[in-house]
Design a protein around this ligand. Structure first.
Ligand code: SAH
Ligand code: SF4
Length: 393
């Protein structure tokens, strides 16, 4: 491992919401308050605004309607007003790859041509959608492929909510008018564990989750949403107060020396500082426990001693430890710990009184597992360029 200076800054901007040629504002991703302001600015009388938001909201987020003309409880001229000022726009699905195990990976194109990925993971009793919060990531965790990507920009709230909506489209999960209410949900959980550091895009992530949690639309409860952070300490308490979802922390090491190398943001907020902040999270967010994610890297962080240190460090914090067997990517500098090693580590943690599930890698054949995102596209591009060079095109 080299010890190059690693960027640990938040030096990205959300590009201004790019208006399409007609200058229409996208309604997807606006909070109720923002939508209210936008409808008023477009000419909706103030005294009607709350009701109009309720109606439009239900069409977009409950029924999944994309066309103002289909909003049949609105008068024709009001539909025309909406049509003239607004659009209901989602990321474009470039490809959907399906793994042998049923995992589905979506490559999505967003405004200005950037691309992000979202992954749907079906399980027996639930379905989890893993969504991205940024294109790439400014952090450079040495075991994560997303961290090697140079290009970075924050996603807008609409692009974050849009990932949930396109996955619902693909899975055919919007309710059918007149059909009996179906209580089984294909997307029962959402995890912010795709590309990017969600707490470095705080406002957009918060607003997007407000939309996703709204009881008259997508209606995912805050306990079915998990935000994973590498440890952006100043934003953790804010996440508890303003989002209130479950929290996962990419812990990955038990000494500062090792964590500095694996998760370089540790140089800014070290293990002790991080743990101090985490102690307050369950109380502030009214949630039961924090998930500590721990990637198992052969010979780096997987010893019995590490396991013992880990349980000592987190003592007093209501926690679950999620052990993630390292997922390799082309050129990755680490190896996955042996299975016996992972089990021995899990055993020590479990005996200390913590749940210690070992995360089964999903969608490995389509490079959809944790930390592998984006690589498939980049490789595809590279090989296209190679092919062009070889064929002289
Ligand atoms: N940026 C956020 C969320 C995205 S990463 C964060 O770091 O928490 C989601 C999880 O996958 C994190 O715990 C991350 O550390 C882990 N991860 C990244 N690369 C991985 C890899 N190659 N194998 C296994 N887990 C990985
Ligand atoms: Fe960014 Fe998370 Fe990957 Fe680290 S693990 S580089 S924070 S996406």
């Amino acid at each position: 491992m080299t010890d190059l200076p690693t960027p640990i800054t938040q030096d990205v901007l959300t590009l201004p919401r790019k208006l399409p040629d007609g200058g229409k504002l996208n309604l997807v991703g606006l909070t109720r308050e923002e939508m209210r302001d936008a409808l008023i600015a477009a000419g909706t009388p103030e005294r009607q605004a709350k009701m109009r938001v309720g109606q439009v909201w239900q069409w977009i987020y409950h029924w999944g309607v994309r066309d103002f003309a289909a909003m049949t409880n609105l008068a024709k001229d009001y539909r025309a007003l909406l049509e003239a000022h607004f659009e209901i726009a989602l990321p474009e699905v470039v490809t959907c790859q399906v793994s042998m195990d049923g995992t589905r990976k979506y490559l999505l194109r967003i405004a200005d041509g950037h691309e992000v990925e979202a992954v749907y993971i079906p399980e027996e009793n639930r379905g989890t959608l893993c969504i991205s919060s940024q294109v790439g990531c400014t952090l450079t965790c040495s075991f994560c492929h997303t961290g090697t990507q140079k290009l970075v920009r924050n996603l807008t709230a609409g692009e974050i909510v849009g990932q949930v909506m396109v996955a619902r489209d693909d899975l055919g999960e919007w309710p059918q008018p007149g059909a009996p209410k179906d209580e089984t949900r294909l997307i029962s959980n959402v995890v912010l564990m795709g590309m990017g550091e969600p707490l470095y895009n705080f406002d957009n992530v918060r607003n997007a989750m407000k939309v996703v949690m709204d009881g008259e639309g997508l209606t995912l409860s805050r306990r079915r949403i998990t935000l994973s952070t590498s440890g952006v300490v100043p934003e953790i308490a804010r996440a508890a107060e303003e989002i209130g979802c479950l929290l996962a922390v990419s812990f990955h090491a038990t000494t500062d020396a090792v964590r500095d190398k694996l998760v370089p943001i540790n140089k800014r907020w070290n293990i002790a500082t991080l743990l101090d902040t985490l102690r307050d999270y369950p109380r502030l967010s009214n949630s039961e426990r924090i998930t500590f994610e721990y990637v198992m890297l052969k010979g780096v962080n997987d010893s019995d001693e590490d396991a013992r240190r880990l349980v000592k460090l987190i003592r007093g914090i209501p926690a679950k430890i999620n052990l993630i067997p390292f997922n390799e990517w082309p050129g990755s500098p680490y190896q996955r710990s042996d299975w016996e090693r992972i089990e021995a580590f899990a055993d020590i943690v479990y005996k200390a009184g913590y749940a210690a599930p070992i995360r089964t890698p999903r969608g490995e054949d389509i490079m959809a597992a944790c930390g592998q995102l984006k690589s498939a596209t980049e490789r595809a591009r590279k090989s296209a360029a190679q092919i062009a060079a070889e064929t002289g095109l």
